[in-house]
Write a protein that binds this ligand. Structure first.
Ligand code: AMP
Ligand code: MN
Ligand code: MN
Length: 329
C-alpha cells in the first residue's frame, strides 16, 4: 500500500474527514479511526470530522462527541479525506470537499470511480476500516483506534461471516482485539442488539414480505405511516434486509422504506447469483456485488417490477453459465 497518510498531511494546518450520508459502522469507524490517528501523529494540525448524526449505539467510540453534524461554514481545508464512499454521497460535507486544497478518497466500493485528487479504491477489501488499517503505521495503533477500526470491520463483514472476509481480515481482527477492548459487548451493542420497537418493526417487515420470481427473491417495504406509527427513522431499520436474505432459498432480498411520496430507499442483498451492485447502478445507486442500494421513485409495485426485470436477467445469466459449465464436465 503506497499512500503514506502522514506524508500527505505533513504540511497541512487544517485537515477534514467525511464519509457518506447515513453513516454506518464502517464509515464511522474509518472516520474516527483516522481522526484519532491524525490527532495523535500530527498534533499541530487541526483535524475535524463531519458526518450526519450517527446512531447512539456508536457513542463509546473515541471521538464520537467531536463529530460535527451541523456542517457550518469553514475556511478551506488543506487536506480533505472522503472515506467509505464516492465523492457524490457526502451530503452537507460536499462543500468542504469542493473547497479543499488536496482531496483523498479512500474506499472499497467497486462502484467508486475515484473522485479525489488521490484515490485509494480497493474493492477486494471487506471494509474501509480494513484498508485504513493497512495505511496506518501499526506502531501508532492504540486501544481506542483499534476499537474504532474493529467496529467497521465487523459491521461490513457481518462479524466475519460474509465472503468479503479474507484470511487477512481475520489477522487484522486478531491484532485489533489484542488491544483488549470489550469486543463481545461491542459486537452485541453495535451489531446484534435491537430495541423492542426495532424488533417489532422488523417482525412486521418479515411478516408482510412477499416472495417472487419462483420464490428466489423476497421484498418487503415499510411506508411512512408505519414509520410514524412506531416513531422510527431509517437507522431503526438496519438489519431487516439481512434478515430477509437469511431466509432459505432466497437469492436476492430487497428491503425498501418510503422517504417521500412515491420515493423509496432500496437496499438489496444477494447470493453469488445476482450482482446487486449492477442492479442498483441501473437506478443510479451502487455498492458491492452482494450488498447494494439505490433510491427509486414510483409506487411500491413500480419499483419492484423494475428491479425484478434486472434481477431475473441476472438469475437467468447465472443459470445459463452454470448449465454450460455442468455440460462441459
Ligand atoms: P445499504 O443497503 O444502505 O446498507 O447499502 C449497501 C451498500 O450499498 C453500501 O455499501 C452502500 O454504501 C451502498 N449504497 C446504498 N445506497 C446507495 C446509493 N443510493 N448509491 C450508491 N451506493 C449505495
Ligand atoms: Mn458504508
Ligand atoms: Mn464500507
Amino acid at each position: 500500500m503506497n499512500l503514506n497518510l502522514l506524508e500527505e498531511c505533513r504540511e497541512a494546518k487544517r485537515i477534514g474527514i467525511a464519509g457518506h450520508v447515513r453513516p454506518d459502522g464502517d464509515c464511522l469507524g474509518a472516520c474516527l479511526g483516522l481522526w484519532q490517528y491524525l490527532v495523535k501523529c500530527l498534533p499541530a494540525a487541526e483535524t475535524k470530522v463531519f458526518l450526519e448524526k450517527p446512531a447512539d449505539i456508536f457513542k463509546d467510540i473515541k471521538g464520537f462527541g467531536e463529530i460535527d453534524s451541523d456542517f457550518p461554514e469553514e475556511p478551506a481545508f488543506d487536506v480533505f479525506f472522503v472515506l467509505d464512499t464516492s465523492t457524490d454521497r457526502l451530503g452537507g460535507a460536499e462543500k468542504y470537499f469542493r473547497a479543499a486544497g488536496k482531496t483523498i478518497n479512500i474506499d472499497h466500493h467497486v462502484s467508486n470511480p475515484g473522485g479525489g485528487q488521490i484515490n485509494v479504491i480497493r474493492p477486494e477489501m471487506g471494509s474501509t476500516c480494513e484498508l485504513i488499517f493497512d495505511l496506518m503505521d501499526e506502531g501508532q495503533l492504540d486501544k481506542d483506534m483499534a476499537m474504532a477500526l474493529y467496529v467497521g470491520i465487523i459491521h461490513d463483514t457481518g462479524v466475519f461471516q460474509y465472503s468479503n472476509t479474507s484470511p487477512e481480515t481475520l489477522e487484522k481482527g486478531a491484532k485489533l482485539i489484542a488491544f483488549g477492548f470489550d469486543f463481545p459487548n461491542l459486537i452485541l451493542e453495535t451489531f446484534y442488539q435491537k430495541t423492542y420497537i426495532q424488533a417489532q418493526v422488523m417482525g412486521r417487515a418479515l411478516m408482510e414480505s412477499i416472495r417472487f420470481l419462483g420464490g428466489s427473491c423476497i421484498v418487503s417495504a415499510i411506508d411512512k405511516k408505519t414509520m410514524e406509527f412506531y416513531n422510527v427513522g431509517p437507522k431503526d431499520l438496519d438489519g431487516i434486509v439481512n434478515q430477509l436474505r437469511n431466509i432459505e432459498g432466497i437469492d436476492c432480498a430487497i428491503f425498501m422504506y418510503e422517504t417521500g411520496t412515491m420515493e423509496y430507499k432500496v437496499s438489496m442483498r444477494s447470493s453469488e447469483k445476482v450482482d446487486v451492485a449492477e442492479v442498483a447502478a441501473y437506478f443510479g445507486g451502487g455498492g458491492h456485488t452482494k450488498a447494494a442500494g439505490c433510491n427509486m421513485t414510483g409506487t411500491f409495485h413500480d419499483c419492484v417490477n423494475n428491479l425484478s426485470l434486472h434481477i431475473e436477467k441476472a438469475l437467468k445469466k447465472w443459470e445459463a453459465e452454470h448449465d454450460e459449465r455442468d455440460n462441459s464436465h
